[in-house]
Write a protein that binds this ligand. Structure first.
Ligand SMILES: NC(=O)c1ccc[n+]([C@@H]2O[C@H](COP(=O)([O-])OP(=O)(O)OC[C@H]3O[C@@H](n4cnc5c(N)ncnc54)[C@H](OP(=O)(O)O)[C@@H]3O)[C@@H](O)[C@H]2O)c1
Length: 323
């Protein structure tokens, strides 16, 4: 079978489409014929090791330990190990296999069943593959770290990419009044996803206009953590999901120190794939309450192009690989 393989960190040119052995599922695994995958900043970080911490957190110090890339997946179950209880050959599934060794940029991959759910019936494989990792991050950032409540004023900074487009929709699902921050060309997209207010970051700095929010989800860009704190209501919560390295490190290092008991809370979210949340996401997708936004599609042979495009940092919604 064909698979994307990389043996050294670097730009997208270092990846290769190679002929490799088709995997066989272990007792607790399913073998999936991949129909689509989607690209995440997560893949970019593992490819380039641009965040040094990734090397220490199991990525491999000098070269990648795991030569396979791709977390988000949608496909058809081809075979199941004998301890697999939830799926049968022929089932259409989707999920995030980042806790199962990655490898969705390939014709086949094995995963434990706990990373998967049946694919929403109303979505194509491409649409389904666009959802899991960005969906988990948006959902868990708002609901778990952000403790979102109906009627709250919620601001999403970086509302037009993979995580941002889901965040706007989840925040509306939870009944919040949503302000989406994005650049001029993406304002209409944010409105169409349900944002009540939009702020064009090329024209206005939302941390300087005196407005305050109960919850801020920082998905992209950069503001000093002190500026985010200023834009929170007295019991407001700041959740960093991503953005520039400075934004990420400030939340990790200064967030705990700047949080006050009974006062403002400053922290971050790491999306964790799990079947319970995947089931909720599936339900919302099937009800049409959340829709994936796909910017571009690339064939497996052009995965390097897809990664390059994502790495430029201006994808509008998700970038999908069709297999
Ligand atoms: N915590 C987690 O578990 C987790 C999970 C997934 C992702 N992440 C992180 O979350 C971040 C976003 O991921 P993503 O998948 O949404 O990325 P993405 O799809 O590549 O984001 C691209 C979008 O970001 C917008 N953007 C770029 N610069 C901006 C700025 N200065 N202010 C506001 N928006 C800006 C772009 O809009 P314009 O073209 O209009 O600028 C574009 O639409 C990344 O840092 C990623 O590593 C974290």
């Amino acid at each position: 079978m064909k698979a994307i393989v990389y043996t050294k960190y670097g730009p997208p040119d270092v990846i290769q489409l190679k002929e490799v052995e088709k995997p066989t599922p272990k007792e607790d695994e399913v073998l999936i014929k991949v129909h689509a995958a989607s690209v995440n900043a997560y893949d970019w970080h593992f490819l380039t090791a641009d965040i040094f911490l990734m090397r220490l957190m199991g990525g491999g110090l000098l070269k990648p330990k795991n030569t396979r890339l791709g977390a988000d997946i949608a496909g058809r179950v081809e075979a199941v190990g004998r301890n697999v209880k939830q799926f049968l050959p022929g089932d259409e599934v989707f999920g995030d296999i980042s806790a199962n060794g990655n490898g969705s940029f390939a014709e086949y991959v094995c995963s434990r069943e706990n990373a998967l759910s049946l694919k929403p019936g109303n979505l194509s494989f491409e649409e389904a593959a666009a959802v899991p990792m960005a969906g988990f991050t948006a959902l868990q950032g708002l609901r778990d770290q952000g403790q979102i409540q109906p009627g709250q004023k919620v601001l999403i900074n970086g509302a037009s990419g993979g995580v941002g487009t889901f965040s706007v929709q989840f925040a509306k699902y939870f009944g919040a009044e949503v302000t989406a921050v994005c650049s001029t060309r993406n304002l209409d997209q944010a409105r169409s996803l349900g944002a009540d207010h939009v702020i064009d970051y090329t024209k206005e700095d939302f941390t300087q206009n005196g407005q305050q929010y109960d919850l801020i989800l920082a998905v992209n860009g950069y503001h000093p953590i002190s500026a985010y704190k200023r834009a929170l209501t007295p019991q407001g919560i700041y959740v960093m999901a991503g953005g520039s390295p400075a934004q990420i490190f400030q939340a990790m290092l200064l967030g705990p120190v700047m949080s006050k008991k009974g006062g403002k809370k400053m922290g971050g979210v790491t999306g964790r794939p799990n079947q319970k949340d995947l089931a909720l996401i599936k339900e919302l997708l099937e009800a049409g309450k959340v829709v994936p936004v796909i910017d571009k599609r690339y064939p497996l042979s052009e995965t390097a192009e897809a990664l390059r495009y994502l790495g430029e940092g201006h994808a509008r919604g998700k970038v999908v690989i069709t297999v």
